[in-house]
Ligand binder design. Sequence first.
Ligand SMILES: C[S@@+](CC[C@H](N)C(=O)[O-])C[C@H]1O[C@@H](n2cnc3c(N)ncnc32)[C@H](O)[C@@H]1O
Length: 379
Amino acid sequence: MRNSMTASSGRAARQVKHPKLPSLEIEFSSREFLNHKSRLGDYLRRFGLEGDAAFRILAYHYAISHMERSAGVPVSLREKWKLEYRKIENDERVIQFLNELVVNDPKGTALPEWYQFLVGRRFREGSGKFFTPKPIAHVMAQLLPRIKNPIIMDPTAGGGTFLMEASTIWNDSGCTLIANEVEPSLIELAMLTLELGTSPRHVKHYLCANIFDTPAELTAWHGRVDYILANPPFSLRIDNEQFDSRLFREGYRSSDALFIDTALNLLRPGGRLICLLPHSIIANSEFAMLRSTVEELWNVLAIICLPEGVFQLNAGTTTRADIVVLEKRLASRDRANTRIVLASVPSVGIRLNNLAKDTRENELETLLISDEVRKALGI
Ligand SMILES: C[S@@+](CC[C@H](N)C(=O)[O-])C[C@H]1O[C@@H](n2cnc3c(N)ncnc32)[C@H](O)[C@@H]1O
């Protein structure tokens, strides 16, 4: 999928027919948002609309309310969303409520949260589907050196959180953003959020492929990508014998190992991978050979251990994760003489469990202002 198609404009004119209502000035503070979520959920359930169908209605309303910004969303996708929207379009109360939600969110900032709420359980089941908390994604994007016109990819993009963060860094200049995601409804979400929320100067590509099948859409980018930002599915068993992966051949048949080799293929020499990986890969003895292979093929620039609970509240998992910064070696003998940033942070700007206070402490931000860290990472 590419964002080369144009939008239809019929619905914008039709929307003006609805009476102009005073804005509720919705701010997406958590209590208000919770209230809005349950109200919209209730409204749509009365029409028998739940899950993906409910999300499509909201997505369509965002698209037609912000026509100019959403022009890159393909007509075929709008038409699909519209099929559901037709079921509610004559109900003034629902339309009024949707207007109130959408008017104050022209950049679609709340869309990933809406998706998580409306698509709910199916979203989390199975293959490690949840969104990276924004403060973590923000800091990871800040670890990218500022080069001209970079190609930045997230091969497991979810709703596009990382690419949104990267795009704010290159806001005034050019960059290419590539979102790939195996789940069709998620790549559609990424498409809408990135079209609404990023500069029209940024070139965007949307792919819907399984990274472990090495599809042609992805291999076309091999050796071309400057930066990969990602939070891949953790520790899933993968049995694809066709996959040409050094780590796989060494017996590491997990999504983590295959992801590292996928990133190696996609990056140009000197390109960087900034991703979250399970802490076990960094710490456990069973991954010793994996680590030495990684050190042979990559320059390890940073390992930042995150506290327990970073995915507790949004994904219900206690799995520990680390931020890993790797640079693809220019040549196999090139051993960089760099110092590795090794850090362990106690806070990341989000609550780590239900008992924690709503804290804004974020030690990751402290790392970003350290001269030593900035020098080591070239940022
Ligand atoms: C932990 S989520 C992270 C999503 C997003 N990058 C973020 O940080 O918010 C991992 C994502 O990988 C996707 N995924 C899982 N297996 C995949 C595969 N084989 N190919 C591409 N994407 C995959 C899931 O659908 C999910 O959206």
